[in-house]
Write a protein that binds this ligand. Structure first.
Ligand code: NAP
Length: 335
C-alpha cells in the first residue's frame, strides 16, 4: 500500500463510527426494542405483540437498520421473547444483524426490592436468560445497564472473561455511566468497553450543556458526566442515545400543554423538514447525529411509518448547517 493510500485509510477510519472502526458492522440507527413485549406485568406474551414487533423489525430492516437494542428486564423478558420469535421465523436473520442486550437491573418483585446487580453470578445468569429468550447462541454486545454502587471490577471482569471464552458475548459496554466509572471498570478488563448508552437529544440537552457551561455558575444544573463527550471520542467509545425522538415531543405529538421552548422547537423542526423536503423525525435525529462524536440514536418507536420517517436522518445530519444546528439548540434550550 502506498503512503497516500495509508493516509486516506487513516482519515476514513478516523471518520468511521467507533463500532465500525472496531469492525462491528452496525448501522448508524439502532431500533430500541423495549416496548416489544407490551405490558411490564407478569402477563404472558401475546401473538398480537409478536405481530406488532415483526412489523417494526421489517420497517427497520427496510431502511437499513441492522442493530437492535434489548435488556433482560424489558417488559420482564417478553420483549426479548418476541424478538426470539421473529429470529426463529426469519431465515438467516440472526447473522445479518447486530444484537445488543443489557443486564444489571433487578425489578422489584414480591420478595425483592428494585436493585442493581453487577455480581458475577447475576451477569452470567442474566446472559443465559437473554440467549434463551432470544433463541440465539451469542450477543454481539452486552451492556451493564446502570451503575451498581456495590460493583467490583474484578467480579465483572471474571464474568466478562467467561462470557467471551464461551462465545456467548462478543463485545462489552455500559450504559448511563460517567468517565470515572468507565475507567474504574476498565482497569480490570482485558478488552475495552465499546459502548456507552445515555439519554441524549433535542429533548435532553445535558450532553451539549456539559461542554458549553464550563466555568459558568449555571453549570451546576447540568446532569451529565464531566468530559464524557471528549473522553468517548478520544477513547473510541461508541455513544448511543436513548430517547432520541424525545418521545415525539418535536415530531407531531400534541404539545399544546408543553412549555414554550418545546412548542417553538416543534414548530422550527416542522419548518425545517418542509424546507428540506424531509420528515420531522429526520431533522430531530439529524441534529443529534451532526455531533462529531458520531452518536448512534436508539429509536424507540414501534410504529412502522415513524420508523420509516427516520430513514433520511443521516442525510439531514450531513446537510444541516452550523446555523441551523445552533438555531435548534438555542430554541430547545429556551434562553
Ligand atoms: N439505557 C437505558 O437506560 C435506556 C432507557 C430507556 C430506553 N432505552 C432504549 O432506548 C430505546 C428508545 O428509548 P425511548 O423510547 O425513550 O425513545 P424515543 O425514540 O425518544 O421515544 C419513542 C416513544 O415515543 C413515541 N413517539 C415517537 N414519536 C411520536 C409521535 N410523533 N407521536 C406520539 N408518540 C410518539 C413512541 O410511540 P410509538 O411507538 O407509538 O411511535 C415511543 O413510545 C428503548 O426502546 C430502549 O431500547 C435505554
Amino acid at each position: 500500500m502506498t503512503d497516500k493510500a495509508n493516509t486516506t485509510d487513516k482519515v476514513n477510519k478516523a471518520k468511521a463510527m467507533p463500532l465500525n472502526a472496531r469492525g462491528i458492522p452496525a448501522s448508524r440507527l439502532v431500533l430500541g426494542c423495549m416496548p416489544f413485549g407490551g405490558e411490564w406485568d407478569h402477563s404472558p406474551l401475546t401473538e398480537e405483540r409478536v405481530k406488532l414487533s415483526e412489523a417494526a423489525v421489517e420497517a427497520a430492516l427496510s431502511i437499513g437498520i441492522n442493530m437492535f437494542d434489548h435488556a433482560d428486564i424489558y417488559t420482564r423478558g417478553k420483549s426479548e421473547e418476541a424478538f426470539g420469535r421473529i429470529l426463529k421465523s426469519g431465515s438467516g436473520l440472526r447473522e445479518q444483524i447486530v444484537l445488543q442486550s443489557k443486564c444489571g437491573i433487578g425489578l422489584e418483585d414480591e420478595e425483592l426490592p428494585s436493585r442493581f446487580d453487577f455480581s458475577r453470578d447475576h451477569i452470567l445468569a442474566s446472559v443465559d436468560g437473554s440467549l434463551k429468550r432470544l433463541g440465539t447462541d451469542y450477543l454481539d454486545v452486552l451492556l451493564l445497564h446502570r451503575p451498581d454502587p456495590l460493583m467490583e471490577p474484578e467480579e465483572i471482569a471474571e464474568a466478562f472473561a467467561r462470557l467471551k471464552a464461551s462465545g456467548k458475548v462478543r463485545h462489552f459496554g455500559v450504559s448511563n455511566m460517567n468517565v470515572s466509572q468507565i475507567r474504574f471498570i476498565e482497569r480490570a478488563l482485558s478488552d475495552r468497553l465499546v459502548v456507552n448508552q445515555l439519554e441524549m437529544g433535542l429533548g435532553r440537552l445535558d450532553f451539549v450543556e456539559e461542554t458549553v457551561r464550563v466555568n459558568q455558575t449555571r453549570g451546576a444544573d447540568v446532569h451529565f458526566s464531566e468530559g464524557l463527550m471528549e473522553f468517548s471520542r478520544t477513547e473510541q467509545i461508541q455513544l448511543q442515545a436513548w430517547g432520541p425522538l424525545a418521545q415525539g415531543k418535536f415530531t407531531g405529538r400534541d404539545v399544546s400543554g408543553e412549555p414554550e421552548p418545546v412548542r417553538k422547537t416543534a414548530e422550527m423542526v416542522r419548518r425545517m423538514a418542509d424546507e428540506h423536503g424531509t420528515t420531522p423525525e429526520a431533522v430531530v435525529l439529524g441534529w443529534l447525529m451532526k455531533h462529531p462524536a458520531l452518536i448512534q440514536p436508539v429509536i424507540g418507536t414501534m410504529n412502522p411509518e415513524r420508523i420509516k420517517a427516520c430513514a433520511d436522518a443521516e442525510v439531514q445530519a450531513a446537510r444541516m448547517s452550523r446555523d441551523d444546528w445552533y438555531r435548534l439548540y438555542m430554541t430547545a434550550r429556551g434562553d
